[in-house]
Design a binder for this molecule. Sequence first.
Ligand SMILES: [Zn+2]
Length: 66
Amino acid sequence: MDEDDEDDDLEVPAEVHTVCQYCGGGGMVADPKLAMIGGSPRNVDNGRPCPHCETVGHFPGIIPPV
Ligand SMILES: [Zn+2]
């Protein structure tokens, strides 16, 4: 029987890219800030577009982490 590729081989993605170190590939970064809501201070975290990858979440090719 063929039990060839089902093992824990290295999974090589079809397209090589580097996940953005800044947002972890999500394209958004956490941006908690204090806001007054209904008269009481709260932490609001809407997130914001990642300035590093511009919400793409990854870069083409391989970029070593700095
Ligand atoms: Zn990013």
